[in-house]
Design a binder for this molecule. Structure first.
Ligand SMILES: Cc1cc2nc3c(=O)[nH]c(=O)nc-3n(C[C@H](O)[C@H](O)[C@H](O)COP(=O)(O)O)c2cc1C
Length: 193
């Protein structure tokens, strides 16, 4: 019997034209959909019509699909490219729409870069930021160095090693998500009243 009992949305963090991160996000989403315990949905920062004259939680109701997905989520996958060793500003703007909705939920990072380090530095930059959102970070990252060589023109992944790596990546995220869900539901805390 199929039990899709872990809800894990994916956030694609860059709007850049010709973004390579889109191939990565779509591949990750496909692998998540193969797991019978995971339900997921791809959120794309391009789809957030962010205003130029307001910011943050006060405008979260303008983005009900994102708000409700995070309220119902057990965790989150963030697919982020590395831009000057940091994350895209628009990704931060999307994440800043919410705050209590994230607290004590898991987050796992997929990083993307043209260089050889695979975006390890952008993950290090993200960790203190998501901690302030109340998210709990896994330590099994998925890194895509030299991403321009990793997919063919149809977006098919060319490196079979990722089919192994994503198993451990998702296993840890599911475990963290379930564990934190149990805690939120069973242990009293001022954060989850
Ligand atoms: C503004 C900007 C800054 C970048 N900085 C880095 C960097 O610090 N390290 C790196 O490996 N690649 C860097 N890149 C290249 C990206 O890693 C490359 O675009 C890669 O394909 C992943 O991003 P994408 O999804 O936008 O394609 C940068 C790209 C842009 C547009």
């Amino acid at each position: 019997m199929s039990q899709k009992n872990v809800s894990l949305p994916v956030l694609l963090g860059t709007p850049r034209k010709d973004r390579q991160s889109e191939n990565v996000a779509k591949w990750v989403l496909g692998k998540m959909n193969e797991r019978e315990e995971i339900s997921t949905h791809l959120f794309d920062v391009r789809d957030f019509d962010l205003p130029n004259d307001h910011y943050g939680m006060e405008i979260k109701d303008q983005f009900p699909e994102w708000r409700d997905a995070i309220i119902g989520a057990d965790g989150l996958v963030i697919v982020t490219p590395e831009y000057n060793h940091g994350y895209p500003g628009v990704m931060k703007s999307v994440l800043d729409l919410l705050l209590p909705e994230y607290i004590h939920k898991a987050v796992a990072f997929v990083s993307v870069s043209a260089g050889v380090w695979g975006g390890t530095r952008v993950i290090e930059a993200c960790v203190p930021m998501v901690r302030e959102l109340g998210l709990a970070v896994t330590f099994s990252d998925l890194n895509f160095p030299q991403v321009q060589n990793k997919f063919d023109e149809e977006g098919k992944l060319l490196d079979d090693a990722y089919n192994r790596r994503i198993v451990g990546f998702l296993d840890e995220l599911v475990w963290m998500s379930r564990t934190l869900k149990w805690g939120r539901e069973n242990l009293s805390s001022k954060f989850h009243e």
